[in-house]
Design a protein around this ligand. Structure first.
Ligand code: FE2
Length: 237
């Protein structure tokens, strides 16, 4: 079971094209949020109209799991919290499996939360999808957890403390994130780190036509990171 993880493509269309071309190398492609770019010259409606066909084409090649980031919101709930209705619509329209490897692995996408309502919704979704003991549980959550090198910025740890609390409460095996673009490139940061029994990953964001990306081999418990700085390997045993 091989997972290809990217995040934070932020309307970099050549990087989306690379992903489309390379999707077939993986059993599952994961895009951990921030498809769009708040400061882009095109408005969000136009950006979404460009990204949706790309998502559809990747999905035709390989199973794809996506989640939303803080740049992806296009509407607000009654509590005034922004969320990405367009991503939720894609997920609802195209029923996709969340269990892989004959039920050995379960993937659960978490929405971007920015208030108590969306956060409550995320917790309910996680609880409803918690697998039975023995199944490897993998979360996709745009922000990395607090207390991890994958959340390292030049000003220190910018990880999500609520996510760290949920990791302690529900015990996923892996959390696939993005959001902190420079974390893998800082001397004190990292693209992959274990917190307790949970591996946290963040591929970061780089310039150019190839996104920095992580390939995770779940069966053999290995991870491989590729960026403009080279290739790094991690043994997840
Ligand atoms: Fe981002």
């Amino acid at each position: 079971m091989k997972v290809l993880l990217v995040a934070d493509l932020h309307m970099n269309l050549p990087q989306f094209a690379w992903l489309e071309k390379n999707a077939h190398h993986a059993d599952l492609v994961v895009i951990a949020g921030d498809f769009l770019q708040i400061t882009h010259s095109c408005d969000k409606t136009e950006q979404i109209s460009k990204i949706k066909p790309i998502i559809e084409r990747i999905r035709q090649r390989r199973p794809l799991m996506i989640t939303c980031g803080n740049h992806d919101g296009d509407t607000r709930n009654p509590a005034g919290e922004e969320y990405a209705a367009w991503i939720q619509a894609i997920r609802a329209e195209s029923a996709h499996p969340t269990d892989f490897g004959d039920g050995k692995y379960r993937f659960t996408s978490c929405i971007w939360w920015n208030g108590p309502e969306t956060r409550k919704h995320m917790l309910e979704h996680l609880r409803a999808n918690q697998p039975e003991e023995g199944v490897t549980w993998i979360w996709i959550h745009h922000a990395p957890p607090r207390g991890s090198k994958t959340a390292w910025t030049r000003n220190g740890d910018a990880g999500d403390p609520y996510l760290l609390k949920l990791i302690g409460l529900l015990g996923p095996n892996h959390v696939l994130s993005g959001h902190i673009h420079d974390a893998p490139f800082h001397a004190q940061g990292s693209w992959g780190e274990r917190i307790g029994k949970t591996w946290a990953f963040n591929p970061g964001k780089q310039i150019g036509d190839v996104p920095s990306h992580i390939e995770i081999d779940l069966a053999n418990r290995k991870a491989r990171y590729s960026s403009i700085e080279g290739v790094e390997l991690l043994d997840l045993k």
